[in-house]
Design a protein around this ligand. Sequence first.
Ligand code: NAI
Ligand code: MG
Length: 369
Amino acid sequence: MTSNKSLLILPGDGIGPEAMAEVRRIVGWMEENRAVAFDVDEDLVGGASIDEHGIPITDAVVEKAQNVDAVLLGAVGGPKWDDLDFSIKPERGLLRLRKDLQLFANLRPAVCFDALVDASSLKPELVSGLDIMIVRELTGGVYFGEPRGIEDLGNGVRRGINTQVYTTPEIHRVARVAFELAKKRGNRVCSSEKANVMESGVLWREEVTHIQQTEFPDVELSHMYADNAAMQLVRAPKQFDVIVTDNLFGDILSDCAAMLTGSLGMLPSASLGDVDETGRRKALYEPVHGSAPDISGQNLANPIATILSYAMALRYSFDMGDEADLVEGAVEKVLASGVRTGDIMATGMTQVSTTEMGDAILKELNKAN
Ligand code: NAI
Ligand code: MG
């Protein structure tokens, strides 16, 4: 054992705990087979926290999240809590975490595993080998800008208002995350906005360029209007390495890119905040999917999105890139061997349960070790 790494696991609701149980086995594997010890704590979020404490997350859990290297979250929500007031709904737990930890950079990889090229909405040759990373600004922009609201102008006319607002520090910090990522990947960043029609887009373009020129001169930077980026993502997605964009365009472009790779059950994400005095970057890792109440409790869920979220934590919070490669490689091999959960099932493949998928991934990890 050489170092201690702190991880807070919040399994949440529905299939969250089922997928997280498989992650815990992989954490255990890492400890047994690598010179590493994870200091793992587990707590409640979402409906599970409402049932126990009456609120979707407690101050104590937020405090814990502030003080670990990484938080790994399953999913929150479900029909049991649907009728609750918005202020105490399960989703508020997640929103509070994002807000209190100030997680301003949302990383959404779109990776196409060769075994799943047929699950893509695009032709296999367009997505085979696809590996792009979308960095979406998450705490600013039109979703939060003031003024906002719906005004009554009289005579039966109403006006809805939202405001796109970005300051230079907000642009700089998310741009830095994108350039740092690019250095560890294909060394290219494409920044996307609508500088042709929006002043905030002009500022975005100027400031991203400024960060590139002053801090990352070796990273290639290009600019693309967001509507064109949407077209290019479905026309020739492999042209991209890292895409950095604002909150609204990132919301749309990341969902668009996700569908290039197949199932919701395969998609991880990371949300990163600032680096603190000790050099630690606040980080929350979670699958893109929700709690899937329609299949929860039946050992049917695909745990891969949550397992790949853990792999992202290894890579970005624990400086364990080799181990992240190992986990991703094991997933790739399992898929190539024809083992599938129901959501990614295809003719001629073998359908397995959540736990059997975990077994198969552990087996591949042992082989690779
Ligand atoms: P969902 O992502 O939970 O499910 C959509 C569909 O995909 C369902 O048919 C589900 O069975 C399937 N699916 C999702 N993940 C899967 C996996 N890992 N393996 C196999 N199949 C999978 O979205 P939905 O149904 O809109 O929402 C259900 C609940 O989850 C709601 O309460 C919603 O508020 C919450 N939710 C939570 C999120 C989060 O915690 N970040 C994100 C999205 C929804
Ligand atoms: Mg969305």
